[in-house]
Ligand binder design. Structure first.
Ligand code: NIG
Ligand code: FE
Length: 429
């Protein structure tokens, strides 16, 4: 049966997806997956799925699902290809102005990320361009990147502010994220990252900047309900563990969930702090020690690994994923999409890096970028797997075996992407 073409963004009432070589459901216990469970993708061979409005009504073998079809139902023939949940990217910085191809070139000629930052480049360079951009400029640039995420098969992203570093500029970025959530087909979970760097003008009086974040920015963000999470870049030369603690504790008192950029460039206490504060996630972890991993495990903090940034910085210090999985941690993989350390929106690229550089299996990597990522965003009951009652966010990938997603790298596998039952990207359209 040929694949029926559907109009982009038309909402069907009932939709049957049939003839999937593998329906990769990721169904299972209602919790983030650890240990051997990371390898259980709950695949249905010759699978099918019934969708009503924006929700999944049933998943099963083709015969079972076809017997449920009544009346006016649109059928999508997946053509014996893989169907799986839309990727959930739990760590991105998708709103900024300008790019940093110049720094990319400098790194290719031997300069390091830290050296570039120390001479006023890096995050501060994007802060300068983002401050001069209008809300409209940021939304326009953000829409281009939203399309990139969708065409990689990602349907939900966590989105951080952090390139404004004044109250008004941080609010502007969070408003852009809100607008992008309303005006694109990608879903955004907003995170306030006013503590992404100490702005140049506050360098000699860093405590004044911490006070500004705590006493002015956070109350405004909370009052305008512009963020669900707060993040801090806890790092030598950026925010100390003590300063990070102050900011994150204040964020908690405003009802925000917590995420931490932890131990990316050095062992700076970020992971330990995330454990002490029972944060939702500790992200990066390239330099974390075993004691901190065990602390994350007891505090049920999810590690978010970002191999794209290790790769793009030309480093080979990938976080020890196997050690974390063996320690029982509920690992998440994300892109860290940003204009400096990780200019990629591609989860398939991250899956490839996870398998080749961190020795995760393709199944573990897929679990980390779907259901585990969804739990890390407090949305484990809504997205990240194909199960009755969940949002119909799914992707038809142009391959027969799910392992091909990580194996054939540099290929755009996503052929049709659906969000809430609506076709939002089609490679042939
Ligand atoms: O996650 N580490 C801090 N923030 C980003 C880098 C942002 C940038 O370089 O613009 C990261 O790698
Ligand atoms: Fe980041």
């Amino acid at each position: 049966m040929p694949l029926r073409r559907r109009a982009l963004n038309r909402v069907p009432e009932t939709l049957a997806v049939i003839n999937c070589s593998q329906l990769v459901t990721l169904s299972g216990a209602r919790r983030p997956r650890a240990g051997g469970d990371l390898r259980q993708l709950a695949i249905i061979e010759d699978g099918a799925m019934l969708v009503r409005d924006d929700l999944i009504e049933a998943v099963g073998r083709r015969r079972e699902i076809e017997s449920l079809i009544t009346g006016d139902c649109e059928t999508i023939d997946a053509g014996r290809r893989v169907v799986m949940p839309g990727f959930v990217d739990a760590h991105t910085h998708p709103v900024f102005a300008g790019i940093r191809a110049n720094e990319f070139e400098q790194r290719a000629s031997g300069a390091t990320y830290r050296e570039i930052a120390a001479r006023g480049g890096g995050i501060r360079s994007t802060v300068r361009t983002t401050r001069t951009a209008s809300l409209k400029d940021l939304v326009k640039a953000g829409k281009r990147y939203a399309q990139w995420f969708l065409r990689c098969g990602t349907t939900t992203i966590e989105a951080k502010s952090g390139y404004g570093l004044t109250t008004e500029d941080e609010l502007k970025i969070l408003r852009a994220i809100k607008q992008l959530n309303e005006e694109t087909s990608l879903r955004y979970v907003p995170t306030f990252l006013g503590a992404h760097d100490i702005p140049a003008e506050y360098k000699p009086r860093r405590d004044t900047y911490v006070n500004l974040v705590v006493n002015e920015m956070l109350p405004r963000v909370a009052q305008e309900k512009l963020a669900e999470y707060c993040d801090v870049f806890c790092e030598e030369d950026v925010f100390t563990a003590e300063e990070s603690w102050q900011i994150l504790s204040a964020a908690r008192s405003h009802g925000l969930g917590l995420r931490v950029h932890a131990d990316q460039l050095s062992l700076s206490g970020g992971a330990k702090l995330a454990a002490e504060l029972n944060a939702a996630t500790a992200d990066h972890l390239e330099n974390t020690d075993l004691t901190s991993f065990l602390a994350l495990k007891s505090a049920k903090v999810q590690p978010v690994l970002l191999p794209g940034s290790v790769y793009a910085l030309g480093s080979n210090q990938y976080p020890p994923a196997r050690q974390m999985i063996d320690a029982g941690l509920t690992v998440v993989l994300a892109t860290d999409f940003n204009p400096g350390s990780s200019p990629t929106p591609s989860i398939p690229m991250v899956l490839s890096l996870a398998c080749t550089q961190m020795k995760m299996t393709p199944a573990e990597a897929i679990t980390a970028a779907t259901i585990n990522a969804a739990y890390s965003l407090g949305r484990g009951d809504e997205i990240g797997s194909l199960e009755k009652g969940k949002r119909a966010d799914f992707v038809i990938h142009d391959c027969e075996d799910y392992r091909e997603l990580a194996y054939f790298f540099g290929v755009e596998h996503a052929s049709q992407v659906y969000s809430g039952g609506k076709l939002v990207f089609s490679r042939s359209a």
